[in-house]
Design a protein around this ligand. Sequence first.
Ligand code: CA
Length: 226
Amino acid sequence: MASVVVVEDDHQIRDLVVRALAGSGHVVWSEATGMAGLQSVIGNAPDVVVLDLGLPDVDGGDVLRMIRGVSQVPVIIATARDDDDEIVRLLDAGADEYVVKPYSGAELEARVRALLRRAAATGPSNRLTVGPMIVDLRSRSVTVDGAPIDLNRKEFDLLAYLATRSGEVVSRQELYAEVWRQPYGGADKTIDVHLSWLRRKLGETAAAPRFLHTIRGVGIKLVSPA
Ligand code: CA
């Protein structure tokens, strides 16, 4: 259970989001404007913020910057466009996650859970350490033995998710739900393709793994190299 501030001016979306989060046992405060949302974040000190970008009084990106001026609370941006540049800009400006409209209550709830798990795993620094690998969730950067690894967005999301669960086997179904946000079809090679790109960038192969271990029929495990 977490406490969540929802900032959304569309009352239908707001009601849906509040119902979904409250129905999952979260404490929810909701506001229809950016300034009221900022006040609620300051006053209620929630665990997570869900922030719409198109607000009537202040642009959501500016609300994000104002929140970042006073708090490191995890923020999920709700955007109407699946626009890579826009999303990267907002992640750089301090957003932790995003959902693309229209999104379901279940999808948002999954994002909230992922953020809480991440916050519990990282503490305030937002860094995950797996042996010689450091995954910085705030700057979305990865280093191994101090050397930067250049990853695209989905490669980073996949590696970061596995890093929050390092040492555990994570199923393909879970990776689809949490990283790709889709149900797993079974025959789909998306995860295998991204894993092979990640392995190449990490300088390893499926036959001679260091960090990324495939457990046949079960899933994927990220571990510190022996
Ligand atoms: Ca709006």
